[in-house]
Design a protein around this ligand. Structure first.
Ligand SMILES: Cc1cc2nc3c(=O)[nH]c(=O)nc-3n(C[C@H](O)[C@H](O)[C@H](O)COP(=O)(O)OP(=O)(O)OC[C@H]3O[C@@H](n4cnc5c(N)ncnc54)[C@H](O)[C@@H]3O)c2cc1C
Length: 416
């Protein structure tokens, strides 16, 4: 996404661009596989927050045919009971009071209102620049009860950060909280890969070369693994966090090559049998599991929100497990099935396991004190971008791509 954003802005400024992609399609971590039966499987459950400032700048939302998740969640509480929260961040008093919700005290609800008002006063950039601690300490300092943290913040934001310990920096929490208050969480009707495909389709034919791996970069010369050498006025490394060091042999990076560790997640897909309804149809609400020591951390009936993700008559179920679980895919599937049977009832026995995605480098870790942006310009002709150079979000990938494009345009205009 960072490379595509950079190419998009350079192209819009009249520069010619070549984008070299090692994989067989664009998107990097934003990919969608289509099975022979017609299920569309995103490689890991992810959403576009429609208010992301960079997404609004670059995407044509209408053409993406976005399908928004209903704001809220069905939460399986730590004691096994279930509660439904509609619009918890937009209408906290109504949401947490509904049917005498067992989540949170009155003070907890008032504190949500107070945080909603606080984030409304700031721009996204101001929130990201705020002094940070880890999110758990921030929530405790703000005064929320442990029940509210365990039953709401941990399953909800722990799912966004892929970090149920909530060690992620609080400035990023404030930014994400604001994005959820202001906008929707949505997916393109045909899956998340439509995002990168839209950007790639707007570039001139021949701009993107797929299945083309870069071996190393020396100055303005790019050595491909197939032996070809290309030269450009400027080179941008829009690769994932671990790649720059080995692509730049002998070059000292500003942070001595230290890169953030990665957060991992596993996404297991099931399909309901033909003709069977999705369990407890509730208009596309996310299911969050606040019970401790479970593997099914969140469950999404994806085809309720985006029907084209499943063939007619069937439903696609995505189950996410955050962090390391130490199980084989077969053992994980077996244990997930047991948990889901207890959660959704005997119909789970008839669900077909479609695929398991183990994603070791899903998000870069982002801890308090980490800079909101590493230097993107390494030399006058060498640049880098990507979420790992800022914070763990699509917004960061798109933003750093644009910022690098602007820096290059400025340098090249001076040279002209
Ligand atoms: C499961 C999951 C859930 C997520 N959920 C969300 C979410 O809900 N909201 C959100 O905002 N973000 C989410 N994210 C994060 C978001 O997807 C990333 O922040 C973003 O896609 C990162 O883009 P990038 O361009 O920085 O990096 P990448 O997507 O990692 O792209 C790097 C590219 O470089 C290519 N490459 C690497 N080495 C070479 C080489 N030597 N030669 C040529 N090409 C090379 C790779 O093939 C890849 O295409 C999620 C990510 C995952 C995996």
């Amino acid at each position: 996404m960072a490379g595509l954003a950079c190419a998009t802005w350079l192209h819009r400024a009249g520069r010619s661009v070549l984008l070299l992609e090692a994989a067989d399609a664009v998107g990097g971590r934003v990919r969608t596989d289509v099975t022979p039966e017609g299920f569309r499987l995103d490689r890991g459950f992810q959403v576009l927050l429609t208010e992301y400032p960079e997404a609004r700048r670059i995407f044509d939302y209408g053409a993406l045919n976005l399908k928004a998740y209903q704001s809220g969640a069905v939460i399986r509480l730590a004691d096994g009971r279930e509660t439904t929260l509609q619009n918890p961040l937009q209408r906290p008093l109504a949401a947490f009071s509904a049917l005498a919700s067992p989540i949170g005290t009155l003070t907890d609800k008032l504190r949500i209102l107070s945080l909603v008002r606080h984030v409304a006063k700031h721009t996204p950039a101001e929130l990201l620049a705020r002094p940070a601690t880890d999110t758990l300490s921030f929530l405790r300092r703000y005064g929320w009860s442990e029940g509210m943290i365990d039953n709401f913040f941990r399953p909800f934001f722990g799912g966004v950060f892929l970090d149920r310990d909530l060690g992620t920096a609080s400035n990023f929490f404030e930014f994400v909280f604001q994005q959820f208050v202001r906008g929707a969480a949505a997916v393109p009707a045909l899956g998340m890969q439509q995002l990168p495909e839209q950007l790639a389709a707007r570039l001139p034919t021949g701009t993107v070369r797929l299945s083309t791996r870069v071996a190393r970069v020396e100055g303005r010369r790019v050595h491909l693994e197939n032996g070809e050498v290309l030269t450009a006025a400027a080179v941008v490394l829009a690769v994932d966090g671990s790649a720059p060091a080995h692509l730049l042999p002998g070059q000292v990076l500003p942070e001595n090559g230290r890169i953030a560790a990665a957060r991992r997640t596993t996404c297991t897909y099931f399909a309901t049998p033909a003709g069977a309804a999705a369990p407890g149809h509730r208009n596309g609400l996310l299911r969050l599991n606040a019970m401790p020591n479970q593997l099914a951390h969140n469950v999404v009936f994806a085809s309720e929100t985006a029907p084209a993700c499943a063939p007619v008559g069937r439903h696609l179920v995505s189950v996410s497990t955050h962090g390391a679980h130490g199980l084989t895919a077969a053992d994980l599937t077996r244990q997930l099935r047991e948990e889901l049977l207890a959660w959704f009832g005997p119909q789970v026995a008839g669900w077909e396991h479609l695929k398991t995605y183990e994603i070791a480098n899903a998000l870069p870790e982002y801890a308090a004190g980490q800079p909101t942006q590493l230097p993107l310009r390494l030399t006058d002709t060498l640049y880098r971008c990507g979420d790992w150079s800022a914070y763990p979000s699509l917004n960061a990938a798109l933003a750093t791509g644009r910022e690098v494009a602007e820096q290059i345009i400025e340098v090249l205009s001076v040279e002209c």
